[in-house]
Design a protein around this ligand. Structure first.
Ligand code: ISE
Length: 357
Protein backbone atom coordinates (compact mmCIF):
# COMPACT_ATOMS: atom_id res chain seq x y z
CA UNK A 1 0.00 0.00 0.00
CA UNK A 2 1.34 3.43 -0.94
CA UNK A 3 2.01 5.87 1.87
CA UNK A 4 1.48 8.87 -0.40
CA UNK A 5 -0.29 11.84 1.15
CA UNK A 6 -3.68 11.86 -0.59
CA UNK A 7 -4.63 15.44 -1.37
CA UNK A 8 -7.85 17.20 -2.33
CA UNK A 9 -7.23 20.38 -4.30
CA UNK A 10 -10.00 22.95 -4.01
CA UNK A 11 -9.95 25.45 -6.85
CA UNK A 12 -8.04 24.73 -10.04
CA UNK A 13 -7.69 28.14 -11.57
CA UNK A 14 -4.18 29.14 -12.55
CA UNK A 15 -2.53 28.52 -9.16
CA UNK A 16 -4.50 25.40 -8.25
CA UNK A 17 -3.82 23.78 -11.62
CA UNK A 18 -0.15 24.67 -11.29
CA UNK A 19 -0.03 22.99 -7.87
CA UNK A 20 -1.80 19.87 -9.16
CA UNK A 21 0.81 19.58 -11.88
CA UNK A 22 3.65 20.01 -9.38
CA UNK A 23 2.14 17.54 -6.91
CA UNK A 24 1.77 14.89 -9.55
CA UNK A 25 5.10 15.42 -11.34
CA UNK A 26 7.68 16.98 -9.07
CA UNK A 27 6.70 16.46 -5.44
CA UNK A 28 7.60 13.15 -3.79
CA UNK A 29 5.19 11.25 -1.57
CA UNK A 30 1.99 12.98 -2.67
CA UNK A 31 -0.98 12.10 -4.83
CA UNK A 32 -3.92 14.27 -5.85
CA UNK A 33 -7.01 12.14 -5.35
CA UNK A 34 -9.84 14.69 -5.46
CA UNK A 35 -10.41 17.90 -7.39
CA UNK A 36 -13.07 20.49 -6.72
CA UNK A 37 -13.81 23.67 -8.62
CA UNK A 38 -16.91 25.77 -9.08
CA UNK A 39 -16.39 25.26 -12.81
CA UNK A 40 -17.20 21.59 -13.47
CA UNK A 41 -15.44 21.48 -16.84
CA UNK A 42 -12.24 22.89 -15.40
CA UNK A 43 -12.32 20.38 -12.53
CA UNK A 44 -12.87 17.49 -14.95
CA UNK A 45 -10.07 18.64 -17.24
CA UNK A 46 -7.48 18.93 -14.44
CA UNK A 47 -8.64 15.75 -12.68
CA UNK A 48 -8.44 13.80 -15.94
CA UNK A 49 -4.77 14.70 -16.34
CA UNK A 50 -3.75 13.21 -12.99
CA UNK A 51 -6.25 10.38 -12.51
CA UNK A 52 -8.12 12.15 -9.71
CA UNK A 53 -11.87 12.24 -9.30
CA UNK A 54 -14.09 15.29 -9.23
CA UNK A 55 -16.11 16.17 -6.15
CA UNK A 56 -18.63 18.94 -6.72
CA UNK A 57 -18.96 19.96 -3.07
CA UNK A 58 -15.76 21.33 -1.46
CA UNK A 59 -16.84 20.35 2.05
CA UNK A 60 -17.57 16.80 0.89
CA UNK A 61 -14.12 16.76 -0.75
CA UNK A 62 -12.51 17.73 2.58
CA UNK A 63 -14.40 14.93 4.32
CA UNK A 64 -13.76 12.23 1.73
CA UNK A 65 -12.17 9.07 3.12
CA UNK A 66 -9.49 9.08 0.41
CA UNK A 67 -8.28 12.54 1.45
CA UNK A 68 -5.48 13.00 4.01
CA UNK A 69 -4.77 16.69 3.39
CA UNK A 70 -6.21 19.65 1.51
CA UNK A 71 -4.76 22.34 -0.70
CA UNK A 72 -7.01 25.40 -0.89
CA UNK A 73 -6.60 27.51 -4.02
CA UNK A 74 -10.22 28.62 -4.27
CA UNK A 75 -11.31 32.29 -4.25
CA UNK A 76 -10.50 34.02 -0.96
CA UNK A 77 -14.11 34.38 0.17
CA UNK A 78 -14.47 30.57 0.25
CA UNK A 79 -11.47 30.06 2.54
CA UNK A 80 -13.05 30.57 5.97
CA UNK A 81 -15.65 27.83 5.51
CA UNK A 82 -13.16 25.44 3.90
CA UNK A 83 -10.51 26.02 6.58
CA UNK A 84 -13.11 25.48 9.29
CA UNK A 85 -14.06 22.15 7.73
CA UNK A 86 -10.38 21.09 7.62
CA UNK A 87 -9.98 22.00 11.29
CA UNK A 88 -13.20 20.14 12.16
CA UNK A 89 -11.79 17.04 10.51
CA UNK A 90 -8.32 17.69 11.96
CA UNK A 91 -6.41 17.34 8.70
CA UNK A 92 -3.47 19.39 7.35
CA UNK A 93 -4.17 22.17 4.90
CA UNK A 94 -2.08 24.41 2.69
CA UNK A 95 -4.11 27.55 2.03
CA UNK A 96 -3.24 30.07 -0.64
CA UNK A 97 -3.42 33.68 0.53
CA UNK A 98 -5.50 35.30 1.84
CA UNK A 99 -6.13 33.17 4.91
CA UNK A 100 -9.62 34.71 4.90
CA UNK A 101 -11.00 38.00 3.65
CA UNK A 102 -11.55 39.78 6.96
CA UNK A 103 -9.71 40.20 10.23
CA UNK A 104 -12.31 38.63 12.50
CA UNK A 105 -12.63 35.38 10.58
CA UNK A 106 -8.83 35.15 10.17
CA UNK A 107 -8.39 35.52 13.91
CA UNK A 108 -11.18 33.04 14.63
CA UNK A 109 -9.47 30.45 12.42
CA UNK A 110 -6.11 31.00 14.11
CA UNK A 111 -7.77 30.66 17.53
CA UNK A 112 -9.69 27.55 16.54
CA UNK A 113 -6.48 25.88 15.40
CA UNK A 114 -4.74 26.94 18.60
CA UNK A 115 -7.48 25.30 20.66
CA UNK A 116 -6.80 22.03 18.84
CA UNK A 117 -3.25 22.12 20.18
CA UNK A 118 -1.57 21.34 16.86
CA UNK A 119 -0.62 23.29 13.79
CA UNK A 120 -2.61 22.16 10.78
CA UNK A 121 -2.71 25.31 8.65
CA UNK A 122 0.15 26.46 6.46
CA UNK A 123 -0.34 29.60 4.36
CA UNK A 124 0.95 29.78 0.79
CA UNK A 125 3.42 32.62 1.06
CA UNK A 126 5.86 31.04 -1.36
CA UNK A 127 8.57 33.68 -1.20
CA UNK A 128 9.77 32.24 2.11
CA UNK A 129 10.89 29.17 0.14
CA UNK A 130 12.72 31.09 -2.57
CA UNK A 131 16.47 30.48 -2.14
CA UNK A 132 17.24 34.20 -2.42
CA UNK A 133 14.69 35.20 0.23
CA UNK A 134 15.83 32.36 2.48
CA UNK A 135 19.47 33.48 2.15
CA UNK A 136 18.57 37.09 2.87
CA UNK A 137 16.56 36.07 5.93
CA UNK A 138 19.54 34.07 7.22
CA UNK A 139 21.92 36.95 6.58
CA UNK A 140 19.68 39.29 8.59
CA UNK A 141 19.08 36.75 11.37
CA UNK A 142 22.83 36.06 11.63
CA UNK A 143 23.46 39.77 12.09
CA UNK A 144 25.32 40.09 8.78
CA UNK A 145 23.76 43.47 8.06
CA UNK A 146 23.65 44.66 11.65
CA UNK A 147 20.42 46.15 12.90
CA UNK A 148 17.99 46.49 9.96
CA UNK A 149 16.97 50.09 9.41
CA UNK A 150 15.16 50.10 6.10
CA UNK A 151 13.69 47.69 3.57
CA UNK A 152 13.00 48.76 0.01
CA UNK A 153 10.66 46.61 -2.02
CA UNK A 154 9.74 46.82 -5.67
CA UNK A 155 6.79 44.69 -6.78
CA UNK A 156 5.92 45.08 -10.44
CA UNK A 157 3.61 42.98 -12.57
CA UNK A 158 3.51 43.36 -16.36
CA UNK A 159 -0.29 43.41 -16.65
CA UNK A 160 -3.48 42.64 -14.74
CA UNK A 161 -7.22 42.79 -15.39
CA UNK A 162 -9.40 45.82 -14.74
CA UNK A 163 -10.71 44.25 -11.51
CA UNK A 164 -7.25 44.91 -10.03
CA UNK A 165 -8.10 48.21 -8.32
CA UNK A 166 -6.04 49.99 -5.66
CA UNK A 167 -7.50 47.95 -2.79
CA UNK A 168 -6.87 44.71 -4.64
CA UNK A 169 -3.27 45.82 -5.23
CA UNK A 170 -2.82 45.90 -1.47
CA UNK A 171 -4.69 42.71 -0.64
CA UNK A 172 -3.37 40.56 -3.49
CA UNK A 173 0.02 41.99 -4.35
CA UNK A 174 1.45 44.05 -1.47
CA UNK A 175 0.38 41.23 0.87
CA UNK A 176 3.53 39.42 -0.30
CA UNK A 177 5.71 42.26 0.98
CA UNK A 178 3.83 42.20 4.28
CA UNK A 179 4.72 38.55 4.76
CA UNK A 180 8.22 38.86 3.30
CA UNK A 181 9.20 41.68 5.62
CA UNK A 182 7.73 39.93 8.68
CA UNK A 183 9.79 36.89 7.60
CA UNK A 184 12.99 38.77 6.80
CA UNK A 185 13.06 40.95 9.90
CA UNK A 186 11.15 38.69 12.29
CA UNK A 187 8.96 41.53 13.52
CA UNK A 188 5.45 42.84 13.10
CA UNK A 189 4.42 45.79 10.95
CA UNK A 190 2.95 48.45 13.21
CA UNK A 191 1.73 51.12 10.83
CA UNK A 192 0.97 51.75 7.19
CA UNK A 193 0.49 54.74 4.94
CA UNK A 194 -0.19 54.91 1.24
CA UNK A 195 1.10 57.59 -1.11
CA UNK A 196 -0.73 57.95 -4.38
CA UNK A 197 0.98 59.59 -7.31
CA UNK A 198 0.35 59.90 -11.01
CA UNK A 199 -1.25 56.78 -12.45
CA UNK A 200 -0.08 54.99 -15.57
CA UNK A 201 -2.30 55.57 -18.60
CA UNK A 202 -3.38 51.92 -18.67
CA UNK A 203 -4.83 52.03 -15.13
CA UNK A 204 -8.63 52.25 -14.96
CA UNK A 205 -9.96 55.59 -13.76
CA UNK A 206 -9.51 55.90 -9.98
CA UNK A 207 -6.91 53.16 -9.65
CA UNK A 208 -3.66 54.39 -8.10
CA UNK A 209 -1.20 52.33 -10.09
CA UNK A 210 1.63 52.69 -9.15
CA UNK A 211 1.50 53.60 -5.48
CA UNK A 212 3.94 53.74 -2.63
CA UNK A 213 3.09 51.88 0.57
CA UNK A 214 5.14 52.65 3.67
CA UNK A 215 5.23 50.46 6.73
CA UNK A 216 6.92 50.90 10.06
CA UNK A 217 8.06 47.83 11.97
CA UNK A 218 7.98 47.22 15.71
CA UNK A 219 11.63 48.30 16.04
CA UNK A 220 11.04 51.43 13.97
CA UNK A 221 12.54 50.23 10.67
CA UNK A 222 10.92 51.81 7.62
CA UNK A 223 9.69 49.68 4.71
CA UNK A 224 8.93 51.20 1.32
CA UNK A 225 6.95 49.23 -1.26
CA UNK A 226 6.48 50.33 -4.83
CA UNK A 227 3.39 48.50 -6.02
CA UNK A 228 3.00 48.75 -9.79
CA UNK A 229 0.90 46.11 -11.51
CA UNK A 230 0.64 47.45 -15.07
CA UNK A 231 4.22 48.16 -16.12
CA UNK A 232 3.67 46.60 -19.52
CA UNK A 233 7.17 45.12 -19.24
CA UNK A 234 7.91 42.17 -16.97
CA UNK A 235 7.67 40.62 -13.51
CA UNK A 236 10.08 42.47 -11.26
CA UNK A 237 10.25 41.73 -7.55
CA UNK A 238 13.23 43.15 -5.72
CA UNK A 239 13.90 43.49 -2.02
CA UNK A 240 16.76 45.34 -0.38
CA UNK A 241 17.47 45.31 3.33
CA UNK A 242 19.60 48.17 4.62
CA UNK A 243 21.21 47.70 8.00
CA UNK A 244 23.73 49.41 10.24
CA UNK A 245 26.54 47.32 8.76
CA UNK A 246 25.56 47.16 5.10
CA UNK A 247 22.84 46.31 2.63
CA UNK A 248 21.78 43.32 0.53
CA UNK A 249 19.57 43.24 -2.54
CA UNK A 250 17.76 40.27 -4.11
CA UNK A 251 15.62 39.82 -7.22
CA UNK A 252 17.95 40.93 -9.94
CA UNK A 253 16.86 38.28 -12.43
CA UNK A 254 20.15 36.49 -12.07
CA UNK A 255 18.81 33.64 -14.13
CA UNK A 256 19.15 35.86 -17.16
CA UNK A 257 21.39 34.84 -20.01
CA UNK A 258 23.85 37.63 -20.45
CA UNK A 259 24.29 38.78 -23.99
CA UNK A 260 27.23 40.81 -25.11
CA UNK A 261 27.24 40.07 -28.80
CA UNK A 262 25.94 43.38 -30.03
CA UNK A 263 27.92 45.66 -27.78
CA UNK A 264 25.22 45.72 -25.10
CA UNK A 265 24.74 43.74 -21.96
CA UNK A 266 21.46 42.40 -20.73
CA UNK A 267 19.19 39.42 -20.89
CA UNK A 268 15.64 38.20 -20.76
CA UNK A 269 13.34 39.65 -18.14
CA UNK A 270 11.13 37.29 -16.13
CA UNK A 271 7.61 37.31 -17.58
CA UNK A 272 5.51 36.29 -14.55
CA UNK A 273 5.38 35.00 -11.00
CA UNK A 274 5.29 31.35 -11.98
CA UNK A 275 8.62 31.78 -13.77
CA UNK A 276 10.12 33.87 -10.96
CA UNK A 277 8.91 31.71 -8.08
CA UNK A 278 8.51 28.29 -9.77
CA UNK A 279 11.27 26.75 -7.69
CA UNK A 280 9.90 28.32 -4.51
CA UNK A 281 6.45 26.81 -5.16
CA UNK A 282 7.96 23.35 -5.61
CA UNK A 283 10.05 23.63 -2.43
CA UNK A 284 7.00 24.93 -0.56
CA UNK A 285 4.88 21.96 -1.67
CA UNK A 286 7.55 19.37 -0.90
CA UNK A 287 8.12 20.77 2.57
CA UNK A 288 4.39 20.97 3.24
CA UNK A 289 3.85 17.36 2.13
CA UNK A 290 6.74 16.11 4.28
CA UNK A 291 5.52 18.09 7.28
CA UNK A 292 1.87 17.08 6.83
CA UNK A 293 2.91 13.42 6.91
CA UNK A 294 4.68 14.13 10.18
CA UNK A 295 1.56 15.84 11.52
CA UNK A 296 2.81 19.43 11.46
CA UNK A 297 3.55 22.40 9.19
CA UNK A 298 6.80 23.77 7.78
CA UNK A 299 6.15 27.32 6.70
CA UNK A 300 3.97 30.36 7.38
CA UNK A 301 1.35 29.62 10.03
CA UNK A 302 -2.27 30.61 10.61
CA UNK A 303 -0.98 33.50 12.75
CA UNK A 304 1.16 34.69 9.83
CA UNK A 305 -1.93 34.52 7.63
CA UNK A 306 -3.95 36.46 10.19
CA UNK A 307 -1.23 39.13 10.61
CA UNK A 308 -1.08 39.61 6.83
CA UNK A 309 -4.87 40.04 6.65
CA UNK A 310 -4.81 42.60 9.49
CA UNK A 311 -1.95 44.65 8.00
CA UNK A 312 -3.54 44.62 4.54
CA UNK A 313 -6.88 45.77 5.94
CA UNK A 314 -4.97 48.59 7.64
CA UNK A 315 -3.42 49.33 4.23
CA UNK A 316 -6.84 49.53 2.65
CA UNK A 317 -7.97 51.88 5.42
CA UNK A 318 -4.85 54.02 4.86
CA UNK A 319 -5.62 54.10 1.16
CA UNK A 320 -9.20 55.19 1.74
CA UNK A 321 -8.47 57.67 4.50
CA UNK A 322 -5.23 59.20 3.25
CA UNK A 323 -3.74 59.03 6.75
CA UNK A 324 -1.39 56.72 8.58
CA UNK A 325 -3.06 53.70 10.17
CA UNK A 326 -1.63 51.96 13.23
CA UNK A 327 -2.07 48.21 13.58
CA UNK A 328 -2.40 46.50 16.93
CA UNK A 329 -2.58 42.76 16.46
CA UNK A 330 -4.80 40.64 18.64
CA UNK A 331 -4.36 40.64 22.36
CA UNK A 332 -6.80 40.35 25.25
CA UNK A 333 -10.33 40.50 23.89
CA UNK A 334 -9.54 42.39 20.72
CA UNK A 335 -9.12 40.61 17.39
CA UNK A 336 -6.92 43.51 16.18
CA UNK A 337 -7.34 47.24 16.28
CA UNK A 338 -6.72 49.62 13.40
CA UNK A 339 -6.33 53.22 14.47
CA UNK A 340 -6.24 56.12 12.04
CA UNK A 341 -4.05 59.13 12.73
CA UNK A 342 -5.59 62.59 12.79
CA UNK A 343 -5.90 64.00 9.28
CA UNK A 344 -3.76 67.08 8.69
CA UNK A 345 -5.37 70.37 9.68
CA UNK A 346 -7.39 71.82 6.86
CA UNK A 347 -7.89 68.50 5.10
CA UNK A 348 -11.37 67.12 5.39
CA UNK A 349 -11.60 63.78 7.15
CA UNK A 350 -12.73 61.09 4.73
CA UNK A 351 -15.80 58.99 5.33
CA UNK A 352 -14.52 55.80 6.87
CA UNK A 353 -17.87 54.13 7.17
CA UNK A 354 -17.65 50.53 6.07
CA UNK A 355 -13.89 50.54 6.31
CA UNK A 356 -13.87 48.52 9.48
CA UNK A 357 -13.92 44.78 9.31
C1 ISE B 1 -0.68 37.26 -7.48
O1 ISE B 1 -1.82 36.75 -6.83
C2 ISE B 1 0.54 36.79 -6.81
O2 ISE B 1 0.50 36.12 -5.81
C3 ISE B 1 1.81 37.30 -7.37
O3 ISE B 1 2.90 36.83 -6.69
C4 ISE B 1 1.78 38.81 -7.35
O4 ISE B 1 2.94 39.29 -7.98
C5 ISE B 1 0.57 39.35 -8.06
O5 ISE B 1 0.55 40.75 -7.96
C6 ISE B 1 -0.68 38.77 -7.43
O6 ISE B 1 -1.81 39.22 -8.11
Amino acid sequence: MSDDLRIAVLGVGMMGAFHVDALSKRVRGARVTVINDFLDDKAAEVAGKVGARVEADPIAAINDSDVDAVLIASPGDAHAEQLNACLDRGIPVLCEKPLTTDISSAYAIAQKEKALGKQLIQVGFMRRFDPEYAALQKLVADGGLGKPLMVHCVHRNPAVGDHFNSEFMIRDSVVHEVDSVRFLLGEELNSVEVIKGAATGSAPHGTHDPMLVIFETGSGAIVTVESFVRTGVAYEVRTEVVGEKGSALIGLDQNLQLKSTDGRWGGKLTPGFVERFGQAYDIELQRWVDAAKAGTIDGPSAWDGYAAVAVCEAGVLALRSGVKVHVHLAGGNSVAALETEEPHAGIQAPDLEGAWP
